[in-house]
Design a protein around this ligand. Structure first.
Ligand SMILES: Nc1nc2c(c(CN[C@H]3C=C[C@H](O)[C@@H]3O)cn2[C@@H]2O[C@H](COP(=O)(O)O)[C@@H](O)[C@H]2O)c(=O)[nH]1
Length: 341
């Protein structure tokens, strides 16, 4: 699309013109130092995606790639107005919330013999069947169930028409380029078109498309069809958790006016100026953290396992947010209800 900035260009432009969200240089450095201590460890490598997350597929086959595709097609908007009252899914003796409740529901469906990762199934799945598949153990359903149903039908039909029903065929049309796969996904599947405008420019975040490429790279362990030569050009994924953890770690700051609004739990519409500033500054903040970390590893002569990229930093920070949920209770996250993140 002409005149449309890439996520990285969008983030830089937003950070340079932001009025209510600010990047703190000292905080950026402190987060880079936190990550430096982990640079040679098991977390900051592609294998962590399977090693640390029991619900993710262990295989690296076509079924695993199609698991990633259907999960990332539904990977949005799990937050509830009150944290005490939310959708929960029990699976394998554990209870999962948020994004993990989606993964648990997909795995539960597969265990029940429902072919949830098969496009020929979800292209015509009914709303009632989707309600059953994504059912919560509490009286709070997963948010946006009707949208999830519509997106499953739309996406399944397109995958059947254009890629013989398998996302692996889409991957194989991208010449092992992460950028080509990203653009093939947003051109083919409308629900992935996470684009808006800011200060008169057309900007993109492509959060679900970028995490889809990243998760495809991870499930294929960076090998074979998943050996993307330009994987480092994928940026962090502009969701609602990363801003919260970046504020908690002191790398990102909000104006008093915006902080007050977020503390009251006020909704921000998708594309609203402050919502765009939160997403754009978070993305740019992680890019600066990555630059600082690479500088520190060079100075220290630290050997890292392969190249550290924004995907691995994002995954680490997202997991960190999960593990520090209690400590982060005082830091609000922004409430935007949409199908893009
Ligand atoms: N920036 C970023 N955002 C991510 C993810 C993930 C999970 N992905 C990988 C992580 C582990 C697995 O290995 C997955 O591959 C979900 N989200 C977003 O968070 C929100 C849900 O949050 P909560 O309500 O707390 O569950 C929602 O917008 C969801 O879209 C990520 O990694 N990075």
């Amino acid at each position: 699309m002409d005149g449309l900035l890439t996520p990285r260009e969008s983030a830089k432009f937003i950070a340079e013109n932001s009025r209510d969200v600010f990047i703190d240089g000292g905080g950026v450095r402190r987060v880079a130092e936190l990550l430096l201590a982990k640079a040679a460890g098991p977390e900051l490598r592609v294998g962590a995606w399977k090693a640390f997350h029991e619900l993710n597929p262990k295989a690296a086959d076509e079924a695993a790639v199609n698991w990633v595709f259907v999960t990332d097609t539904l990977n949005f908007s799990f937050w509830s107005e009150s944290d005490e009252h939310k959708c929960l899914v029990g699976y394998g003796g554990k209870t999962y919330s948020g994004y993990w409740s989606l993964c648990a529901a997909v795995n539960r469906a597969l265990d029940e013999g429902i072919p949830m990762t098969s496009a020929s199934y979800y292209a015509t799945v009914t709303l009632d069947e989707v309600r059953h598949i994504l059912r919560s153990d509490t009286d709070v359903p997963m948010p946006l169930i009707e949208e999830r149903h519509r997106i499953l039908n739309e996406t399944g039909k397109i995958l059947l028409e254009k890629f013989e029903g398998s996302f692996l065929n889409c991957v194989r049309k991208s010449d092992k380029s992460a950028q080509k796969l990203l653009h093939l996904v947003v051109e083919s599947f409308p629900s992935y078109r996470d684009v808006t405008q800011f200060e008169g420019k057309r900007i993109s975040f492509y959060k679900r498309a970028q995490i889809l490429v990243a998760d495809t790279w991870s499930v294929l362990e960076g090998k074979g069809d998943g050996c993307f030569k330009d994987i480092s050009r994928i940026t962090m994924f502009a969701d609602y958790r990363l801003p919260q953890v970046l504020v908690y770690l002191g790398a990102l700051k909000y104006s008093d006016e915006l902080l007050e609004k977020l503390l009251k739990g006020e909704m921000l519409l998708y594309g609203n100026r402050q919502e765009v500033e939160i997403r754009g500054c978070s993305l740019w903040c992680v890019e600066l953290i990555r630059d600082c970390l690479l500088e520190l590893t060079e100075k220290k002569g630290e050997k890292t396992s392969g190249e550290i990229n924004s995907i691995l930093l994002d995954y680490f920070l997202w997991d960190y947010a999960r593990d520090h949920r209690e400590d982060m209770k005082g830091i609000p996250f922004h409430h935007t209800r949409c199908i893009y993140y």
